[in-house]
Design a protein around this ligand. Structure first.
Ligand code: ACM
Length: 261
């Protein structure tokens, strides 16, 4: 299976341009699964709840999800993409999964970072995993990495690959995700953005370094901090199913749940 990511530089508010740019990059890729950054269509630094509501879209009926569904069908590819989701009067920082079969699911970010709390409501649904063919994927968004129980819960539910749209500003995540992979024996694809946004007094610079990690924490590919990139590599996702650390140690069976750990 070929899995990859786009590392892009979205222009704030220019949804049509951002989506068209991503669609054209994906069209040029040879991949079965591609992960796009968090909020890839809108940009990141909203200034108010009203602004996020104005730019957010319904899922799956909104234009962005519909464009991705069309592309997924044409290209026979699965895509995980971060976007602002609107449902009634509420806005979520979400990620959709679309496949050649159409819309598969939507994850609403559980752990909002910093001023995101002013622009979005926190996720209100349990974590889920999704099957694409014989592979099971889990979705987490950016700051969710800081809460190791997210990756753990997805792995326990059966995720082979953690798909991780991100807009990282803190420097720790690329290294921390190595540990998330080792401790859960899963692959992880972090798709981050690059560039700087300064829509308020505070400027935010995004660290790039999107990456594809193996089940033992191997860095199979790590992108540059400051260039747009599209990358896909071959993996065997079923390697994530072997949870034996030694012949007598099993990652999940050895947990001491009755003792609270
Ligand atoms: C983040 O969660 N976008 C840092």
């Amino acid at each position: 299976m070929k899995v990859g990511f786009l590392q892009t530089f979205p222009i704030f508010g220019k949804k049509q341009e951002n989506v068209e740019a991503a669609v054209s990059l994906i069209k040029g890729m040879d991949a079965d699964l591609v992960v796009l950054p968090e909020l890839f269509n809108t940009g990141y630094q909203f200034t108010s709840w009203e602004e996020s509501l104005a730019l957010a879209e319904a899922v799956p009926d909104g234009e962005t999800t519909q464009s991705l569904i069309k592309l997924a069908k044409e290209k026979r590819i699965s895509i995980v993409a971060g976007l602002a989701e609107r449902e009634k009067g509420t806005c979520y920082n979400s990620a959709v999964l679309v496949s050649p079969q159409g819309f598969v699911g939507c994850y609403r970010k559980l752990h909002l970072f910093y001023n995101e709390k002013l622009w979005f409501a926190p996720g209100d649904r349990p974590l889920e995993v999704y099957n694409i063919g014989t592979v099971t994927i889990g979705i987490m968004i950016c700051f969710d990495w800081f809460f190791p129980e997210v990756a753990r819960a997805l792995a326990v539910k059966g995720a082979d690959i953690l798909c991780h749209p991100a807009n990282l500003v803190l420097p720790y995540c690329p290294q921390a995700m190595i540990t998330r992979c080792i401790e859960n024996r899963v692959f992880a694809i972090t798709a981050n953005r690059i560039g700087t946004e300064r829509r308020t007094e505070e400027s935010l610079s995004f660290i790039g370094t999107s990456q594809i990690l193996g089940t033992k924490g191997e860095i199979l590919y790590r992108a540059s901090p400051d260039r747009e990139e599209s990358m896909a590599i071959e993996i065997n996702p079923h390697n994530a199913r072997n949870k034996h650390i030694t012949p007598v140690n099993h990652l999940f069976d050895d947990r001491r749940i009755t003792f609270g750990v």
